[in-house]
Design a protein around this ligand. Structure first.
Ligand code: SF4
Length: 476
């Protein structure tokens, strides 16, 4: 997905920019960048690869080269950013959280019009540069950003650093978040509100779907009101979001606990205790323990001293090895026990299968798995939440292909909780992963735990429901 952070202050902003961007590190694994603007020195920018190291390690030594009262930072899962542009709108820098599915089509069209794309450092089209080109086609930033919204298929939230403040524009359907924070003499805007407390910002509000605001050190100016429709990614509360973050006034960890509690209340499976698979299964497991009335115990722990975050090597076999090595089971708790393990989701199933073997090897008598969302039957066309290149990497699709001879057949039946096809698919996943029992959250449970109307949420990867014409979003 990726995360972005911007800050503007009456004083130097570099410290807040550095730590605020770092607090988005769990959202991306490929590249990171920072840019500051100073009236005398202009723009200062740096971009580094994150594939072998972490944001703080990469940027700490060069912090003294940045200066200014306003800046942007980005943790990118795709292209090198920020992009700095000299245009008829003035000089500006831009960072995005975006997935542009028609990138090549738009680029071809612009090249035909004799425009050029120069950022080829990653040997591929840079979608943030394309966003900048589309912005430049407007007579103002607002017109240009709406041009981006109209042209792209996918999603795009962005921050633009101008000589006159920061412009924040959230995706036209609000799929990815942007939250504004304030402290005396400064504002910040971030993909994650968890960036704010340690930097002493208080959350002011979310930027609305399609809303465009200009942020200066002393206030916020709404340049475009939010659109009526929104389709906020429900997976933010399941997996992406940092537990202390709050989107739309709804806290991530509270949502996970509510979800787990509802699942625990509905579940009569006898068990000795429940354990969350770190990190994103923990909140659900705490709620499940309350709902089911059994203890919560930490029977598996993440080895944090050298595996501090979801480090994601590009090679799948290496990813599986990393996933296995960073979790250590506690044999003293598992021996002879019937254990419920809670996890956020099952994508390919390979990591969970390895974990389950480890739990049995450590002496567990029964391994019951509870998942905080429904099975992922459809790939994500909007934010690219997994690195899967095709839907066939989803365990559900592999099984559907095995049953139907066609991975795309009867998907709606497999996505319908408790249908015979759904049950058969879940039974097969249970068998393949070697589990004692397996249950997924119902979509209604997930939606109720978030607390927003279903029509305000994107649930496409669970039920294929969120295809809509993306460019018919009227202004409020
Ligand atoms: S398809 Fe799934 S992961 Fe993608 S935006 Fe929708 S809910 Fe989020």
């Amino acid at each position: 997905m990726g995360g972005i952070f911007g800050t503007i202050s009456q004083k130097d902003c570099v410290n807040d920019l550095f730590y605020g961007t770092d607090y988005n590190s769990h959202l991306g694994t490929k590249r990171a960048g920072m840019v500051t603007f100073d009236k005398e020195r202009g723009f200062t920018r740096s971009i580094h690869s994150l594939e072998r190291s972490y944001f703080r390690t990469k940027f700490e030594d060069e912090l003294s080269s940045f200066c200014g009262k306003q800046g942007l930072g980005v943790i990118s899962d795709t292209d090198p950013q920020p992009i700095i542009v000299n245009s008829h709108l003035g000089r500006y820098a831009v960072v995005t959280v975006a997935k542009i599915n028609n990138l090549t089509d738009i680029a071809d069209e612009l090249l035909q019009q004799r425009m050029h794309l120069s950022e080829l450092s990653a040997n591929t089209l840079n979608q943030t540069e394309l966003v900048a080109l589309l912005i430049n086609m407007g007579n103002s930033f607002v017109e240009g950003i709406n041009h981006v919204f109209r042209r792209i298929e996918g999603s795009c939230s962005m921050l633009v650093l101008t000589e006159d403040g920061i412009i924040a524009a959230r995706d036209f359907l609000g799929r990815t978040p942007l939250v504004i924070g304030r402290k005396e003499g400064a504002y910040a805007v971030s993909s994650e509100s968890s960036s704010f407390p340690n930097l002493e910002y208080d959350t002011v509000r979310d930027v609305g779907a399609g809303e465009i605001v200009q942020i200066q050190a002393d206030g916020i100016n709404v340049l475009q009101k939010p659109f009526k429709r929104r389709q906020i990614c429900s997976f933010l509360w399941v997996y992406y979001g940092f537990p202390t973050s709050t989107y739309e006034g709804i806290n991530v960890e509270e949502t996970r606990e509510r979800n787990g509690k509802m699942m625990g209340q509905e579940d009569d499976t006898p068990a000795d205790f429940v354990c969350g698979i770190p990190d994103s299964g923990v909140g659900m497991a705490v709620g499940y323990a309350q709902g089911h009335g059994i203890p919560y115990r930490r029977a598996v722990l993440k080895y944090t001293p050298t595996w501090p975050r979801s480090f994601t090597p590009s090679n799948q076999a290496h990813r599986n090895l990393v996933a296995k090595m960073k979790l250590i089971p506690n044999k003293a708790f598992l021996k002879g026990q019937r254990v419920v393990f809670c996890d956020d989701s099952i994508v390919r199933g390979t990591q969970l299968r390895d974990n389950v073997r480890t739990f049995f090897d450590a002496g567990a008598k029964e391994v019951h798995v509870r998942i905080s969302c429904p099975p992922l039957v459809y790939g994500c066309p909007y934010i690219g939440f997994t690195s899967q290149k095709s839907d066939m990497e989803l365990i559900t699709r592999r099984i559907i292909k095995k049953f139907e001879g066609d991975a795309g057949k009867n998907l709606n039946k497999y996505a319908t909780t408790d249908s015979p096809e759904y049950q058969r698919m879940v039974d097969e996943i249970t068998r393949e992963l070697g589990l004692t029992t397996l249950r997924f959250a119902k979509l209604e449970t997930l939606v109720r735990s978030i607390g927003l109307p279903k029509c305000d949420l994107c649930t496409h990867c669970f039920d294929g429901s969120s295809y809509c014409h993306e460019h018919d979003n009227d202004k409020a």
